[in-house]
Ligand binder design. Sequence first.
Ligand SMILES: Nc1ncnc2c1ncn2[C@@H]1O[C@H](COP(=O)(O)OP(=O)(O)O)[C@@H](O)[C@H]1O
Ligand code: SF4
Ligand SMILES: [Mg+2]
Length: 365
Amino acid sequence: MTATPSVERSGTTVSDSDPFLVVEDLSVEFPTPDGPVRAVNGVSYTLELGKTLGIVGESGSGKSVSSMAVLGLHDPKRSTVAGSIRVGGQEIVGMAEPGMRKLRGNQVAMIFQDALAALHPFYRVGAQLAEAYLVHHPKASKRDARRRAIEMLDRVGIPQPDGRVDDFPHQFSGGMRQRAMIAMGLINDPSLLIADEPTTALDVTVQAQILDLLQDLQREFNSAVVIITHDLGVIAEMADDVLVMYAGRAVEYGATKQMLTRPAMPYTWGLLSSVPDVQADTDARLIPIPGNPPSLLDPPPGCSFNPRCAHRDKVPGDLCRTTLPELLPLAAGSKHLKRCHLADPEAVYQSEVLPEIAPDLVEEA
Ligand SMILES: Nc1ncnc2c1ncn2[C@@H]1O[C@H](COP(=O)(O)OP(=O)(O)O)[C@@H](O)[C@H]1O
Ligand code: SF4
Ligand SMILES: [Mg+2]
């Protein structure tokens, strides 16, 4: 069974199972000298244990800010988090820091793009892993913690872990540091792992190894994984469900297979067009999305994507420029949701988008 996408109806979520992570109508706002920045705006999703959700979107779309909220990492003095985030049935929004600290690293862990920043440069890798273990296992001995650190380094594929455990981070290669950070994230068997662009800084071969490792570990621990990326190739490889974000909002959401074969709105088409190998098509053209995401201080009225959208003239009147589309099922009862006014996106995709990005597929059809 795949993770069950939820259906958003006026801020509430209907789902037919009881997922481990339930995010409902999440908003995160930062006050700035120029006015409030709403980095995340009414986002909802669900994720079951053993499943992977991919969150995709260009830089600045709110992927990291929304995920940091799941770990309670936003300072209440510098931000406003609204909505609901339930992890294993526990509400995170508004939870006090001591409770949050208990959850963080234990039930929920996060790995980042930059392992060098996540690992302290002056402490040995093993000592940092052992410390992460001891925080949540206060009764364990230092020797147990060290043993656990070596075991985890071994598990993530660090050669000679009982020797490398005493290395400093700078003695590790980039790929090894990333593995060490994954080891640290998983040392307490978290049920939910959030991987924020975990391979962006690595070369392609190491990237593939790290993604394989994440998949293996997920199968072994049956954890729920959120993988954040701007790369739909990574999504195709890893995710059961995909959430596409643009300017702080969910613009498309559904099962990965559906989303990659029948993407239903122009922004997702744009992302797909810039990753031709998702379609495995040698004649595919790489077409970047023109322009830039809007300023969150002064977002355009209507659909946030309208200034960059090549299809807005297919929508009657001035709807795209005046009215924000709701996130709605493609058809009645569908779990594939899209935020776009186009009446028949499938027809536009087949006749205009596919021939551009994947001519092979069109000829086959
Ligand atoms: N502390 C903050 N104060 C003001 N704006 C912020 C803050 N943190 C993030 N933002 C803004 O929120 C938006 C979303 O950021 P982020 O979630 O990091 O994007 P990404 O999708 O690249 O991970 C960006 O426009 C960013 O500038
Ligand atoms: S609502 Fe209009 S502007 Fe927005 S993505 Fe759809 S067609 Fe484009
Ligand atoms: Mg980010």
